[in-house]
Design a protein around this ligand. Structure first.
Ligand SMILES: [Zn+2]
Ligand SMILES: [Zn+2]
Length: 135
């Protein structure tokens, strides 16, 4: 069964083959900018399981960071749909863009918590990493 998703306005649509992706919460400052202030909820999808089915995203890579992610977003409505990290074989899908985001099992871990604000809520008992988890 395919999992469908897309940006807010529908100009970008994608399909994920297989199961609901597992992932976590990212509290990095860049995600706070992109999300409007909260952490980003993301799921990791093997590239061969992910396909754009409508439109092509605009992309942005932070020019001031060597290992910066590239964010893919909709030029029409501004929704960030996914990111890719250099050296990581995964499409990082933003959970809020899934048609049935409510079906996600929830975050399995939190990353970049060193950058979180004091008022952010970290779910109790969630494994948390100051930056990225060790590989
Ligand atoms: Zn859009
Ligand atoms: Zn982040």
């Amino acid at each position: 069964m395919a999992i469908e998703g897309g940006c807010y306005c529908g100009a970008l649509r994608y399909s994920i083959e297989g199961e609901m992706p597992r992932g976590g919460l990212c509290f990095c400052r860049a995600c706070q900018h992109a999300s409007g202030g909260g952490p980003n909820a993301f799921g990791l999808v093997a590239p061969e399981r992910f396909v754009w089915t409508r439109g092509q995203p605009a992309v942005f890579t932070h020019p001031d960071k060597a290992d910066a992610v590239t964010r893919a977003f909709c030029l029409a409505c501004g929704t960030q749909v996914s990111t890719q990290r250099p050296g990581q074989r995964a499409v990082i899908v933003k959970i809020g863009t899934l048609d049935r985001a409510q079906d996600w099992s929830g975050p399995g871990f939190a990353i970049y918590t060193a950058q979180k604000a004091p008022w952010h809520v970290l779910p109790e008992g969630l494994p948390a990493f100051a930056d990225l988890p060790p590989r």
